[in-house]
Design a protein around this ligand. Structure first.
Ligand code: FE2
Ligand code: FE2
Length: 479
């Protein structure tokens, strides 16, 4: 499954013989480049960045690394190979051959899912656009831009589906994806978390750890779709998404490591000795925990309400599955099954059984929480290795929620229900305060010297593409 590179738009979907779609994409392309120039990364558009580009969709060796100017990145249309004999893995069409065309009855449902997914991709680029100005190293700068160009490619992936399978309204939606803007009053991005700013690099690492991981779960669910082109698209996007989460998880780990290192050097054993620790030019562990609390709770909101007829309908239609649907041992129809959910009733957290079909959001969120806890374990291993008595924890899922059963609840990160009054008194201990954010911001000074890192983050264990520590990941000055 090699990728055609001779056309303007690299692809493995035989675009050169699909004139109508090729034309639609070529017409969309200039608008995309304008959008990238206006709302993509500020600065560095002429710098040479050491980026990976997909040259095949096989698991091994899909990437080629080279210096590229970002606006010249080869964004393309890449679908994972067709699985022969694939059948619809869930819902009322369970076991039927997958669809290669959009079934009429599910047309608007599918279009909406694709548009929502598509909307998050440019949104995150917009949210992260100023970060290049304060990068802690060239290595990190390169990773940011890699994430950005790949989110750009994910937008292309969704636009291809819209233009190929949804006719003129698909083309209209594709244009709208370039018109909405993160944080805009008139035309904001569709989901709340994608209208928040990503003001600093710790936020970026948290975002790529937690919000990109929500993206992973959504893509996993869409990869189960009975609409095969969507499934194949998402399967390939997942291989890219894995790198984004690596950037986030590893980024947070390197911040933690540097804090621990400096504490050890200065002989500080109490992680709550905040002033002393901050004076070392590193971010204290309690503040990092508050950032986890914030980004984790924002990301949980992306799963929507625990009980959702929408989720039930997309599942029953066979348009969206569960995480690793084909590995689950049940009837994949769920008409008579229950699922344990959490609810908030009479100011109490209750566990109860609900219809499995209606609880699919909750289930995906549970899978997400399990997946997220792998990261916290790694972070804690780092803290442990310095013998510091502190443990990073994912907050309770009802903490700080704006969507779903817990939206009006006042619950601590430990899962204790408290009064509104107490919440107001204590929320500064749970979530980053203005002071915390100002301190983090004060550390955000760019380091563009080859092989050097900002005071608050340790260097990575390993370079990208096995490059050594003095590799010039971004040639800033060649512009
Ligand atoms: Fe993405
Ligand atoms: Fe991503």
């Amino acid at each position: 499954m090699n990728v055609e590179y001779d056309t303007l738009i690299p692809n493995n979907v035989n675009l050169s013989s699909d004139k109508k779609v090729l034309k639609a994409l070529e017409r969309w392309h200039p608008g995309y480049i304008n959008w990238w120039n206006d709302l993509g990364p500020t600065g560095f558009q002429n710098s040479l960045v050491y980026l990976r580009t997909a040259i095949s969709v096989d698991r091994e060796g899909w990437a080629k690394f080279d210096y590229v100017k970002m606006p010249e990145y080869r964004w393309g249309i890449l679908l994972a190979p067709e699985k022969e004999g694939r059948t619809i893995p869930c819902g009322e069409h369970y076991g039927d051959p997958v669809w290669q065309e959009v079934p009429g009855e599910y047309r608007s449902m599918l279009r909406r899912l694709i548009v929502i997914q598509g909307d998050t991709e440019p949104a995150s680029i917009e949210q992260q656009r100023h970060l290049g100005q304060t990068a802690p190293s060239l290595y990190d700068l390169r990773n940011l831009f890699q994430v950005n160009v790949e989110e750009g490619r994910h937008l292309w992936a969704m636009v291809y589906l819209l233009q190929k399978y949804f006719g003129s309204d698909g083309r209209e939606e594709a244009n709208e994806l370039l018109n909405r803007q993160s944080g805009s009053e008139d035309a904001p991005r569709m989901l709340g978390a994608f209208n928040e700013v990503t003001p600093d690099w710790l936020s970026f690492f948290m975002f790529t750890s937690f919000t990109d991981r929500d993206g992973k779960m959504q893509l996993e669910a869409l990869a189960q779709s009975g609409f095969d082109p969507l499934s194949r698209t998402c399967r390939f996007m997942l291989t890219e998404e894995a790198h984004h989460m690596f950037v986030g998880e590893n980024g947070v780990r390197r911040v933690i490591k540097k804090t621990c290192e400096e504490m050890a050097k200065a002989g500080i054993t109490n992680p709550y000795d905040i002033e002393k620790i901050r004076n070392l030019g590193v971010i204290d562990l309690p503040t990092i925990q508050k950032k986890i609390n914030l980004h984790f709770s924002l990301s949980l909101d992306l799963f929507g309400s625990e009980i959702s007829t929408n989720a039930a309908n997309t599942f029953t239609a066979g348009v969206k599955g569960r995480f690793w649907e084909t590995k689950i041992k049940d009837d994949h129809i769920l008409k008579n099954d229950t699922y344990p959910i959490m609810d908030f009733e009479n100011n109490k957290i209750v566990k109860k059984d609900a219809s499995a079909l209606l609880s699919l959001n909750m289930r995906l969120r549970d899978d997400y929480i399990k997946d997220s806890s792998v990261g916290t374990k790694r972070w804690n291993r780092t803290i442990n290795s310095f013998n510091i008595d502190f443990e990073m924890k994912l907050p309770f899922e009802g903490f700080n929620r704006k969507i779903g059963s817990f939206m009006n609840a006042n619950i601590t990160p430990e899962g204790e229900v408290i009064s509104k009054e107490n919440w107001n008194k204590k929320s500064d201990e749970y979530l980053p305060t203005k002071d915390d954010n100002m301190f983090i911001e004060s550390l955000m000074k760019p380091v563009y010297e080859i092989g050097k890192f900002a005071s608050w983050i340790s260097e990575p264990d390993q370079g990208i593409d096995n490059k050594s520590g003095d590799f010039e990941y971004v040639k800033i000055h060649d512009a």
